[in-house]
Write a protein that binds this ligand. Structure first.
Ligand code: UT7
Length: 323
C-alpha cells in the first residue's frame, strides 16, 4: 500500500511581533483578559513587504531543505489559505514561481482554519492514487489583513505565518505500523456560516471584507466537532489516545485545546501548544506547531501524531499519521 510520508518540515514567521500589551492601545482590552480567555501572549504581524506567498515561499524552502530536496523534485504544491495575495492566480502558483518551479501543478485549498488538514488529506489522495509522488503542502496566512482592528472580539485573536511539509510516496505494509498518513476524516456544514465568515468577496461586495465571528457560538461547537473526527480516526485504525505520541491541534484557543484533550483522555505532556506565541494563524497553525515540535526534537521518526482542526464554514477534520 502506498503511504504519504513526511520527509521535511519548515516554517516562517513575519519579523514583527505584537504582544498583548501592544493591543491595549489599539482596542479596549488587556493582557490579562487575552491570556485568561485564550492563552495567547503574542502573535506575528506581516510587514508591508510580507505577503501570504512570501511567507509560504520561505516555509516551503525550509521544508525542502530539511527533506534534502529541491523544487525540481516536487510534482504538486497545495497551499491552504483564506488570505491569498490576490483573488487569482492562486497563491500556490505564485509560490511555485517564486521557487523557480515551472513543471507540475499548484493550487490553493480554502477550508479556513481546517485548511491544512484538508490539504494533507488531498495530498494523501493524490499520492495514494499515483497522481503525485512528492507534494509540498503549505499552510500560509496573513489574517492581519482581514481583521477589523476596531473589533476587540476578533483582532486580538489572530496572527500571520506559514508552515510547510513535504510528503513523499513510500510503499508500506498497509498496517498501522507504517510511516505516513494512516487515516483522514474531513467534515463541513455550511449551516454555521454566520458564526464565522468574512463580510466581503469578489462576487458579493467586490471588496475583500473583514472577519466576523460569534466567538462564543464557535466555542460551543468546537470541542464536540473535534472529538467527533478524532473518534472517527480511532475507529478507523483501532488506535486510541494512549497510543498517540503527539497531539498537534489547530491553535485557536488554549481552553478549546485543553477541553478537547481532557475529553479524549490525551495526557497534557503529549499536547503541542503554540497558540501562546503565534495566536490563531488559521491554516498555518498546525504546520507551525509541527515545525516547533519536530525542530526541538519532541516529534521523532516513528511517532504517532494526531492533527485536528475546526474553523469557518464550519469545516473540521483529523489526520492521524506516523512521522
Ligand atoms: O480558529 C477558528 C475557530 N475559532 C475559534 O475557535 C474561536 C472560538 N471562540 C473563542 O475562542 C472564544 O469564544 C473567545 C476567545 C473568542 C471569547 O472568549 P469567551 O470566553 O467566549 O468570551 P465572550 O465572547 O463570552 O466574552 C466575554 C466578555 C464580553 O463582555 P460581557 O458581554 O460579558 O460584558 C466581551 O464583550 O469579554 C468581552 N470581551 C473582551 N474583553 C476584553 C470580548 N473580547 C474582549 C477583549 N478584551 N479582547
Amino acid at each position: 500500500m502506498i503511504r504519504s510520508v513526511v520527509r521535511g518540515f519548515g516554517a516562517h514567521l513575519p519579523e514583527k511581533v505584537m504582544r498583548n500589551r501592544d493591543l491595549e492601545g489599539v482596542v479596549e482590552t488587556s493582557d490579562e483578559w487575552i491570556i485568561q480567555r485564550t492563552g495567547i501572549r503574542q502573535r506575528y504581524i506581516a510587514g508591508e513587504h510580507e505577503t501570504t506567498a512570501s511567507l509560504g515561499e520561505m516555509a516551503a524552502r525550509a521544508a525542502l531543505d530539511r527533506a534534502g530536496m529541491t523544487p525540481g523534485d516536487i510534482d504538486l504544491i497545495i497551499c491552504a489559505t483564506s488570505t491569498p495575495d490576490n483573488t487569482f492566480p492562486a497563491t500556490a502558483v505564485n509560490i511555485q514561481n517564486r521557487l523557480g518551479m515551472h513543471h507540475g501543478a499548484a493550487f490553493d485549498l480554502q477550508a479556513v482554519c481546517s485548511g491544512f488538514v484538508f490539504a494533507v488529506t488531498t495530498a494523501d489522495s493524490y499520492i495514494k492514487s499515483g497522481l503525485a509522488k512528492r507534494v509540498l503542502v503549505i499552510g500560509a496566512e496573513t489574517f492581519s489583513r482581514i481583521l477589523d482592528w476596531t473589533d476587540r472580539t476578533t483582532c486580538v485573536l489572530f496572527g500571520d505565518g506559514a508552515g510547510a511539509i513535504v510528503l513523499e510516496a513510500e510503499e508500506g505494509e498497509g498496517t498501522i505500523a507504517d510511516r505516513g498518513v494512516l487515516s483522514a476524516h474531513l467534515r463541513s456544514d455550511g449551516a454555521h456560516r454566520e458564526k464565522l465568515y468574512v463580510d466581503g468577496g469578489p462576487s458579493t461586495t467586490g471588496t475583500v471584507g473583514y472577519l466576523r465571528m460569534e466567538g462564543r457560538e464557535v466555542f460551543k461547537h468546537a470541542v464536540g466537532m473535534i472529538t467527533d473526527v478524532i473518534e472517527a480516526a480511532y475507529d478507523a485504525t483501532g488506535l486510541g489516545s494512549d497510543d498517540i505520541d503527539w497531539f498537534v491541534p489547530h491553535q485557536a484557543n488554549r481552553r478549546i485545546i485543553d477541553a478537547s484533550a481532557r475529553k479524549l483522555g490525551i495526557a497534557d505532556q503529549k499536547v503541542v501548544i503554540t497558540v501562546d506565541i503565534h495566536g490563531n494563524t488559521s491554516a498555518a497553525s498546525i504546520p507551525l506547531a509541527l515545525n516547533e515540535a519536530a525542530a526541538d526534537g519532541r516529534i521523532k521518526t516513528g511517532d504517532l501524531v494526531l492533527l485536528e482542526a475546526m474553523g469557518g464554514g464550519f469545516t473540521w477534520g483529523s489526520v492521524l499519521l506516523r512521522w
